[in-house]
Design a protein around this ligand. Sequence first.
Ligand SMILES: Cc1ncc(COP(=O)(O)O)c(C=O)c1O
Length: 384
Amino acid sequence: MKVSQRGAIPRFIVMEVMKAAAEREAAGESVLHMEVGQPSTRAPQGVVDAAKQALDDDLLGYTLTMGFDGLRARIAQHYQDFYGLVVPEERICVTTGSSAAFLLTFLAAFDPGDKVAILRPGYPCYRNIMGALDIEAVEIPVGPESRFQPTLKMLEAAGGAELDGLLIASPANPTGSMLREDELKQILDYCRENQIRYISDEIYHGITYGDEVASAAAFDDNAVIINSFSKYFSMTGWRLGWMVLPEDMLQPVERLASNLFISAPSLAQHAAIAAFDCREELDGNVTRYARNRELLLAELPKVGLDKFGPADGAFYIYADVRKFTNDALDFCARMLEQTGIAATPGNDFDPVDGGSFVRFSFAGSTEDIAEACKRLGPFLQGCE
Ligand SMILES: Cc1ncc(COP(=O)(O)O)c(C=O)c1O
């Protein structure tokens, strides 16, 4: 019987590394988890308490499609508190993780055959979701010359005004690179002039190591802003995210979301309101990421890994391993087998050059990161 080509998209490799790591753990062996981009901490205590209360109060029917009003208002308040921005709560749509927000945005903003530029290396699911929807992902190769972010010249080379959309994450996965405010403004101006819909993946906001991060919401009402409770808020499995939508996308998104999802999970929505009042606990996590980052930046060069992305934000080091291999899939499999370190092959983020890169997540404990640094040296010596 017929099976649609929509499912014939590439696998999400990191989930397979996770599976291999889990199998190793089930066999009683230790694993240092540096593969998956998720905080090792649980949700903040305030969220856990609010979830228990919501269960007791039985507040768990469907919510409105755009989200529970109390949460939308609290998210709007967050824009005021965190960025000093006024964002009307009517423009906020609560989603099942940012993953659902990408699906909804692509469906609402683009038609099959439209061209949407993304960066390579970049988060693989952008390309793969677009593939399932027959939207053409136009890859812009970026590297250390432009700090892994695009210049206007690169946007021109990718098609310029021919493009229908542009999606950029800042801080980015897997490189951690960030757009400076002036660069972001320049790109937004370019998109406005050329009628290109800008999609801003801001899911790593809150996890930065120096420079202030700017939201595209400050400069352009036509941009789609996507954020999530997964990273800074340490709530990956609660599956909750949000969008700030342009006026012209509100009705299309509401129609699509009501048919596709009805609403985002109620329990997560009621609990997440409390997340914004847990800044101290959450900033404590960021302090740990900063410590882990410093440790890796100091130790990796000593074992021969001295070229990586800028790691301005998020919790990743995207290391150039071409000295050791150009088959990162095999390299990561051997590293897991021989050292117990699980990391993600660059092939997930870059189908062209990714075989020469490995992404190490430093969202785990400092003890694990220190132990991984010790085990990496002998392994890499064996690869030379
Ligand atoms: C850049 C980026 N965007 C989006 C996501 C999806 O996150 P979620 O669906 O949990 O919000 C991830 C997850 O790792 C990511 O790295």
